[in-house]
Design a protein around this ligand. Sequence first.
Ligand code: GLA
Length: 703
Amino acid sequence: MPVIAHNGLYILTTQRTAYALGVNRDGLLTHAGWGPRLPFPDDYPPPAAPGAWGPFNNPAHHTPEEYPAWEDMKFIEPCLKVSHADGVRDLAPRFRSATMADDTLRLHLVDAVYDIHLTLHYRAVADHDLIERRASIHNAGRHPLRLERMFSARWHPPVGDRARLSYLHGRWFDEMHLTREPLHPGTKVLESRRLTSGHHHHPWFAVDAGDADEDRGEVWYGLLDWSGNWKLTAEVTDFFATYISIGLNDWDFAWELAPGATFETPPALAGYTPDGFGGASRALHDFVRQQVLPHPDLVHKVYYNSWEATGFDVTHEAQLALARQAAALGAEMFMIDDGWYRGRFAQSSGLGDWEPDPQKFPGGLAAFIAGVNALGMDFGLWFEPEMVNPDSQLYREHPDWVLHFPTRERRLGRDALHLNLAREDVQAYLIEAVDRVLATHNIRYVNWDMNRNVSEPGWPQAPGEPRELWVRYVYGLYHVWHTLRARHPQVIWQSCSGGGGRIDLGMLRLSDMIWISDNSGAAHRLGIQQGYSQMFPATTMQTWVTDQQTEVPFDFRFHAAMCGLLGVGANITQWSAAEMEQARHWISVYKSIRHLVQQGDLYRLTPAGMPGFTALAYLSKDRQEGVLFAFCTYIGQHEPSLTVRLRGLLPEVRYTVEGFAGVRSGTAWMSAPLQFGLYGGLGIFGSTVRRIVAVIPEEGNHV
Ligand code: GLA
C-alpha cells in the first residue's frame, strides 16, 4: 500500500522511497522522515517534539512542522498567513482526522476558535518516486477570511548543516544557468513577480549535503506545478534545520475567502534519489513523459519555421518558396510565425486581430495550407493570444480589457499591452477568435507565444479583491488553452515566452513542447539545454538550427539541435547546395535516432558548467541502443582531457560505440574513458554524434 498509518505515523511509500509524518506530543503535525524506503514500518522514528530554547524560541519554532501557519512564537517562514475579519491575524490549525485512499492521504486540520478547515493533500506517485502535495482551505465561518500567504508545501531535506541548493537562474536570451551553492543560516528567496514563471529563476530546486554528483549521492529535488508568480524560500534555521517552502508568491497577493468558499493551492512535487543529479533528472523526465504531457508517446516531427527568413513580410509566394525548400530538406511540419494576420505589417500593429490577412493571402490561408500539404508537410501557425497592440481593432473596441491602473500611463512592452485573462469576457473572446481559425483550417501545430512581462497589474472592474489577479489570470490562461485543446485534439502546441519565460510543469500540461530560449546560437545553447534538462525531458525541448551564431560550423549547429526536437528556422533560401546537402543528411540521421532522444534516458556525461566541453548520451529504456553527442567549444588547458565515461549501459551486455574500436561489455566501456581530445580528436567547435549498439551475445565469450 502506498499509504499506511502505523504507530502514530502516516507513511507514504513509492517504489524506492518513503515519506513519514505524524502528530507530535505537542499536537503539531510534524515531519518524520524522507529518504530511502525502509524495510519495516517500525524503522521510521516518531515525530520530533523539541523543547524551547530560552524564552525567545518556543517549541513550535523548532518543530519541523509539515505546514506551519503563522501563530505562537514561530519566526520561521510560515506556509500560511491570514487575517480574520475581527482583526486577529493568526491561525492555529490542529489535526482532527485523516482519510486515506489508494495513493492519497488527506489530513484535516481545524482551528479551535475560528471555523476554518485546512486540508493537506499528499499523493504518492509510486512509479516515479515522487510525493505530490497541495493544501486547501475552507471557510465554514460567517465572516470572510483574507489569505495573505498560502504556499503549496514545505519540504524537509535531511541534510543537517551541510545543505547545498541547486537552482536555475538567467535572463532573456541567456536562461537556465545551473548554480549550486551552500546554504547558511538565513533565508534565500527565489521567485517570480512577473505574472509568468519567468526567465530569471525557474520553480525547480535540488538539495544535497554537498556530496552528490551527476551519478551518485542523495538528492532531494522538486518543482511547483504553476505558471504564474511563485516563491521558493530555502531556509536554514539558526538551529540548522533546512526547509524548502514553495508555492504562490505572497508578494502583492491577497485572496478574500468568503464564507462557504474554498481556496486550493497548485500542486508541488518533490522526490528523493540516491543516484545523484542525473538520477533526479531522469525521474522527473519519466514522470513528465508518462503523467504530464498531453500526448505521451508522440514522435515529434522535424519542423521548419519561417520567422527568421521573412519576419513580418509574409506573402503567399515567398512562404511557398520556403515550403518547397523545407520539404526538400526533409521537414515534416511547416509553420508560419508572426506576421500572417490582419494588419500585421510591423511589430506595432495587428496583435489581437486573429484573422488571416487578405493582402498576404489573397487566395485565402486555406489554399496556402493545401499547397503545404501537397508538399507532404503538416502546417502550423503562431499566435500571441495574451497581448494586444493599441493599433488594433480589438483595442479600439475594448480598451478596458487590458491590465491597467486608471490613473497611470499604460506602458508598452514590445509595442503591446497585456490582456487581462482573469476577465471572463476576454477568455471568451480568445477562445472564439483562436477557435475560428483552427476550426476553418487544416492546422496541426500552434505556437503560443507571450512576449512581455506585466506592468500596471490593475483590474479596475475586479469583482472582489483586485490582488487576486495574479492567480485568476493563470487560471484564465489555463481555461482558454484547455478549452482550445479539447476542441482541437489534432493540434500539437508549443509554448514560448520570449524563449524561456514560462518553463514550468503547468505549461507542460497544456503544451507538448517549449521553445526554451530565443538564443539559438548553437554554442550558447549547449548550456541552456543542459540547464533545461535538469527539469524536463528532451521530448519537450525545441531546438532549431537558425541563422544565429553562424561562425559555428554547420555540423555543430545541427548536432546541438539534434539533442532535442530538431527544427530549422534559418533562411534556407540562402543556403548553398552543399549546406542543403549537409542539412538533408543530418535531418535523416535525426529521424533514425529521434526515438532515443525523445523517449530515451539522458545521461549528462560532463559536469554542469565545465568550460569548453559538453557530452551527453540518450540510451533506450532497454539499453539496446543509444546515441552519444560531444561538443568542444574551447581549447585551452582542458584540451588533453576531453574524455568521457559512458554511463547507464548494462554491465554484461556487449556494445559497439561508433568511432571507437572493439566490442566491449558495458562495464568495460563505462570504466575506461573515451578520448575526444588531442591527436585527431575534436578541435575547437568540433562536434560528433556516435551510435551505441548492443551486440547479440556469442556463446562462451565470458571471462
Ligand atoms: C518572439 C519569439 C520569436 C518570434 C517573434 C515573433 O520574439 O521569441 O521566435 O516568434 O516573437 O514576433
